[in-house]
Ligand binder design. Structure first.
Ligand code: CMC
Length: 430
């Protein structure tokens, strides 16, 4: 097979290596092009740029395939748990029973926050968005673990540091929620597993533990699992970018939280529910909203639809849609927003605008309805996404840290500003 590409620039031919991945996806390696020719490549918004080689997640957007470490998402969703999947993603393999026990023990040992961190929560206003608190507090946590700042500890004790972040992020998220309601903090229970413990910290009362329903715990665990990694999306690329400067794990993850927050990325789950609520409130069956989403002047988009990579049904959306029906039935919840969502999906999938652009429901389209049924408030939806995505961010951080060839990420640009001109003293300016 041909393993070089040829590029002709100003009459000169440059040979560029062709790189092939495990699943035969191919790339032209242009890293030497600037030194050899003076040209850079331009790809606004990185639509067609591979920024790294990675062994974590494979996506085929045309076929709707998603695999963590080679294992199809459908199998993991059916048979695994979030913590087992977190081990798979972070440590690179499904754990043995002993490894899973050790990993779970590490999570339990690290579930508490340093007591002094409680005072940081006091400083936020009651109306603060939990994503702002989450990002700030993950960053603040690095102040309490100075060993994080040495790359040597990160190399020798990575599993401990990874478990520490995974565990603490759940406690921080729950504390942020309690703070936003002005409620006292509920501490984690060492006898509870990861997801059950999170629900306990969110919803228990000081002298009355929240009654955990297994179907709720399983549904939230599934949501975490489906979000656990998604290759080089906006937040993961941000984590790698920050990590490439040799910033610590907590600082890199805090940056990931900020990138995730926006409504085009993780914030879409909140935006979907707001959209469905608005449609319901206005008495629309969804038709008016679809018309607005097709009109570029309206500024509206059908939230939870479309994806940079999937040009087919997002495999996570299929799983979540099924789970949504099951959970609502088991919990005896009837939600008019689910009917609106189904109607919107049906109408959009028949509409030439969405068909031609290959816009399908993504993971965020139905996840909010499940979270609402569990009783999770809307401002916490993106926080749930962030907790779920933590294994992926940690694994990507690890890849950057362990790669001996890794250099600081530093894209180029094409400058389109003014040409050379000179300083004018203020009195002479018009
Ligand atoms: N509603 C209406 N039109 C849309 C939508 C939508 N949700 N998504 C894309 N389009 C149109 C877009 O206007 C453009 O049309 P045209 O070619 O006529 O200019 C075309 O489809 C291609 O869109 P794009 O914005 O160039 O695509 P992108 O790859 O840059 O953006 C996206 C991907 C996910 C940001 C976008 O589809 C979107 O804004 N979707 C809604 C927000 C959303 O659900 N985000 C969650 C993504 S999944 C979770 C995650 O990983 O973050």
């Amino acid at each position: 097979m041909e393993n070089t590409a040829e590029l002709k620039l100003e009459g000169k031919i440059y040979k560029l290596p062709v790189i092939e991945g495990t699943e035969h996806e191919r790339a032209v390696d242009i890293s030497s092009l600037r030194n050899d020719s003076g040209y850079i490549t331009l790809d606004d918004s990185y639509g067609n740029t591979g920024s790294c080689r990675s062994q974590i997640t494979f996506i085929d957007g045309e076929k709707g395939i998603l695999r963590y470490r080679g294992i199809p998402i459908e199998e993991l969703a059916e048979r695994s748990t979030f913590i087992e999947v977190a081990h798979l993603i972070v440590m690179g393999k499904l754990p043995s029973s002993a490894e899973l026990r050790r990993f779970s023990e590490l999570l339990t040992e690290n579930e508490m926050l340093h007591e002094d961190m409680k005072y940081h929560f006091e400083g936020f206003s009651a109306s603060a968005h939990p994503m702002a608190i989450l990002s700030a507090m993950i960053n603040a946590a690095s102040c309490f673990y100075p060993e994080l700042l040495t790359s040597e500890t990160m190399r020798t004790h990575f599993e401990v540091e990874a478990a520490r972040l995974l565990s603490k992020v759940r406690t921080i998220a729950a504390f942020a929620y309690r703070k936003s309601l002005g409620l006292p903090i509920i501490y984690p229970r060492p006898d509870y597993k990861y997801t059950a413990n999170f629900l306990h910290m969110l919803f228990s009362l000081p002298f009355k533990d929240y009654e955990l329903k297994p179907e709720m715990v399983r549904a939230l665990d599934l949501i975490f699992l489906l979000h656990a990694d998604h290759e080089q999306n906006c937040s993961t690329a941000t984590v790698r970018m920050v990590a490439s400067s040799r910033a610590n794990l907590f600082a890199s993850a805090a940056a990931g939280v900020c990138a995730l927050w926006g409504p085009l990325h993780g914030g879409a789950n909140q935006a979907v529910l707001e959209m469905l609520t608005e449609i319901h409130r206005s008495g629309d069956d969804g038709s008016r909203f679809i018309a607005a989403a097709k009109d570029k002047q309206s500024g509206k988009r059908l939230m939870g639809f479309g994806h940079r990579v999937y040009k087919n049904y997002d495999p996570r959306a299929k799983i979540i849609k099924r789970a949504c029906d099951e959970v609502l039935e088991k919990l005896h919840v009837q939600d008019p927003l689910l009917d609106i969502a189904k109607h919107l999906e049906e109408a959009a999938l028949k509409d030439p605008y969405f068909v031609e652009r290959k816009l399908y429901p993504n993971v965020d389209f139905y996840s909010g309805i499940i979270m609402r049924a569990i009783g999770i408030p809307i401002e916490m939806f993106t926080v749930i996404f962030a907790i779920g995505r933590m294994p992926g961010w940690i694994a990507n951080f690890k890849e950057v840290m362990e790669d001996p060839q890794s250099r600081i990420y530093r894209p180029r640009q094409i400058y389109t500003g003014p040409p050379l001109n000179h300083y004018v003293p203020i009195k002479e300016r018009h």
